[in-house]
Design a binder for this molecule. Structure first.
Ligand code: ZN
Length: 174
């Protein structure tokens, strides 16, 4: 496993749609392992392929709080087949928008169909934080970020700050 660099906003790749994965093989699993390591190191609870620059429909999630109770979930080609009318609001963050958080309202429950780590078809019903996390990560596969749910004013403010953060980081590197 190796840690990858996380792509941060603004970066046009984050707005691109990810491709469906045709086959799940050792190369896929190596990629998922890298994604998981990158996510744990960040630390975060979810990461999509595009966030390490790979436009494939790959997601890793682990919402377990204690590091000794790791419970990774791997979603390949995920598809939401049901969203509840009932909604929940969570304060969301994103590894591609470091340091920024905002409340986002999403369906409380969802059912998602996907291919797992071993290439098997699976389906799970999720609610609470897992449901939010799955929806947030699937958004990434469609080029959508959580700031897209905010008012234009709020969104632009966050993007402006991120540009400043990036410039500052460049200066430090130089
Ligand atoms: Zn994110």
């Amino acid at each position: 496993m190796s840690k990858r660099k996380i792509v941060t906003e603004p970066n046009p790749i984050l707005r691109k749609k990810s491709d469906i994965l045709e086959t799940v093989n050792d190369e896929t699993r190596k990629l998922l392992d890298d994604m998981l390591e990158t996510m744990y190191a960040a630390p975060g609870i979810g990461l999509a392929g595009v966030q390490i620059g790979i436009l494939k429909q790959l997601i890793v999630i682990d919402i377990s709080k204690e590091p000794e109770k790791k419970n990774p979930l791997y979603l390949i080609n995920p598809q939401i087949t049901f969203k509840s009318k009932k909604t929940s609001t969570y304060e969301e963050g994103c590894l591609s928008l470091p340091g920024h958080f905002a409340e986002v309202e999403r369906p409380t429950e969802c059912i998602v169909k996907f291919i797992d780590y071993y290439g098997k078809k699976k389906e799970i019903k999720a609610d609470g934080i897992l449901s939010t996390c799955i929806q947030h990560e699937i958004d990434h596969l469609n080029g959508v970020l959580f700031i897209d749910y905010l008012s234009k004013l709020k969104k632009n403010m966050i993007i402006k700050k991120l540009i400043k953060q990036k410039k500052l980081a460049d200066k430090i590197i130089l």
